[in-house]
Design a protein around this ligand. Structure first.
Ligand code: ADP
Ligand code: MG
Ligand code: MG
Length: 513
């Protein structure tokens, strides 16, 4: 993309134009479930005691400009990333090496690892695993040489609870609709035209992934009805995003799913003698379902485990015969430490998992520099960079956590590390900040319009279903592997974090340039 491609985009709107656009946007959003439960700061719980209200999800008014070559590269590379992370999740020995460096200084990672070990000891009874992944990128512009071609750099790879696939499909529909009703002024339509928009297939495609696992599970040995279980947080403001997948699973694949708050796992599920996972819905206590697939939209954060009983719940689900999305090992494969180790220059790791050199080279080209904060040579260098306010300004410090709001940015890094005992530093990785091209857009959040500089983050979804184990001849076989649509999240350029749910960003779609 020429750096000037955005000049005059999106155009200023007259008050009549803005009114027309916003009215249509707000009504379409609610009518099509491009919605969230309102934030307590926006609608006080006392004002909605029955919990019937929904609010327009934070969205951009216009689709954002995105370089076509970068977009296509991100989509094209997804099956390689699926292959990479499924191979990591299958390689317990390799993961052990990573986890061992964290186990004494990161209790959460330690607990996950113990959960895996406990199941391993008695033996896993399900050798299929499902990944609904999302690889996140930003377009990087070389600040020293802004005319050099921009490239896609990976922010992180998500292996658990990759969200917004439901809302993403709706926001690309919304932007297309707004174009088709002439809500965008004619000065914008040289850029925003139908052939430059991309519909995200994420809702349908992720649901198809769940359906593939459901089918691969096979029939019930006891003739019970089969279902998929969405293990969720409660309350969950982003419930409609999840419902879109559930409805697509039912309407397009005929597969029944239930929502189970994670904390209620032990009261509503049990294991049969052969560790079949049984679920009894509270509304029909006489019907017990056999769970084929557990889809975790909870359990990724220490906050989801306030008591030991939540760890018992995670263990019960992991022990079960249901296919886990993700298994504990797949969850651990998403640690930022894994990403850092893969990105180590000249390391043998990528080759181990991606034997095809061309495929590995393409994946490698999307890595941004990431360093450990340990006693290795690279670690010593990184510690120096992180301690100094001047050099730290180019970096972000990340712990092994998911869900947004956990990182320390730029100049805040030295002060943060100073307060942290040195023994705990290796629990973090230091990553170079990706510097995306300057863009402008307007975001509607909680009814308020904010216009200004924005930063876009592209997520590419992937579905992968594979066989674990080492014993049988089919071990390691990848049964399904596809790219599953995209997400564009856009945040104000003053905010370091971009999480939509965390309150910093908006869902968006692309106009390819
Ligand atoms: P989480 O798993 O909590 O989502 P991320 O690694 O995605 O953690 O970091 C959260 C946010 O921080 C990202 O969505 C992005 O906006 C910002 N961020 C993270 N790493 C970088 C980076 N290297 N360059 C620029 N921004 C980053
Ligand atoms: Mg993440
Ligand atoms: Mg993220």
């Amino acid at each position: 993309m020429g750096i000037n491609a955005q000049e005059g985009y999106p155009p200023e709107l007259s008050s009549e134009e803005q009114e027309y656009l916003l009215t249509n946007l707000k009504d379409w959003s609610i009518a099509h479930g491009l919605a969230v439960r309102p934030a307590p700061s926006f609608v006080q719980p006392a004002q909605d005691p029955a919990g019937v209200l929904a609010a327009t999800a934070p969205v951009t008014l216009f689709p954002s400009l995105f370089p076509r070559n970068c977009f296509e590269e991100g989509l094209a590379i997804q099956t390689a990333y699926n292959e990479l992370y499924s191979a990591i999740a299958r390689d317990e020995e390799w993961l052990r090496g990573i986890v061992e460096e964290l186990i004494d200084i990161d209790d959460f990672v330690g607990k996950l690892w113990q959960t895996h070990l406990a199941v391993k000891k008695e033996g896993y009874v399900q050798n299929l695993s499902l990944g609904l992944f999302r690889s996140d990128y930003m377009v990087h512009v070389d600040q020293g040489n802004p005319s050099s071609p921009s490239g896609l750099k990976q922010v992180e790879f998500n292996t658990i609870a990759s969200s917004f696939g439901g809302l993403s499909s709706q926001v690309s529909r919304l932007h297309k609709y707004l174009l088709s009703i002439n809500a965008y002024p004619s000065s914008a339509t040289s850029l925003v035209k139908e052939e430059a928009l991309r519909q995200s297939k994420s809702a349908s495609s992720l649901a198809q992934g769940l359906a593939a696992a459901h089918k691969a599970y096979g029939p019930s040995s006891t003739g019970r009805a089969l279902c998929v279980l969405f293990v969720v947080q409660d309350p969950e403001r982003n419930v409609f995003d999840q419902r879109h997948l559930e409805y697509a699973l039912f309407e397009e694949n005929g597969v029944r799913a239930f929502r189970l708050p994670f904390e209620q796992t032990l009261s509503h599920t049990e294991l049969d003698t052969d560790r079949t996972l049984l679920y009894t819905p509270p509304n029909s206590p006489l019907t017990t379902y056999e769970v084929t697939t557990i889809y975790f939209r909870a359990g990724y954060s220490p906050d989801d485990y306030p008591e030991e009983k939540e760890w018992d719940a995670r263990l019960q689900l992991e022990r079960s015969k249901a296919i886990k999305c993700p298994s504990v090992l797949t969850h651990l494969a998403g640690c930022k430490k894994v990403q850092q180790v893969l990105a180590t220059p000249h390391s043998p790791h990528l080759k181990r998992f991606l034997p095809n050199e061309q495929v590995a080279a393409k994946v490698l080209s999307t890595f941004a520099p990431i360093y450990p904060l340990d006693d290795s040579e690279a670690g010593q260098e990184a510690k120096k960079l992180a301690r100094d306010v001047h050099s730290a300004a180019r970096y972000v410090l990340k712990p092994q956590r998911e869900g947004g709001g956990n990182n320390v940015y730029r100049k805040a890094i030295p002060g943060f590390l100073e307060k942290l005992p040195q023994t705990h530093w290796p629990a973090y990785i230091l990553m170079e900040m990706i510097e995306p091209p300057p863009l402008t857009n307007a975001i509607l959040r909680n009814g308020q319009l904010q216009r200004g500089g924005v930063i876009g983050e592209l997520g590419v979804y992937g579905v992968c279903l594979w066989r674990n184990g080492t014993d049988d001849k089919d071990a390691g076989q990848v049964l399904e592997n596809w790219e599953a649509g995209y997400l564009l999240r856009t945040k104000g350029d003053q905010s370091e974090e971009g999480g939509v749910a965390a309150g910093f960003g908006a869902v968006d779609s692309v106009v390819l340039t």
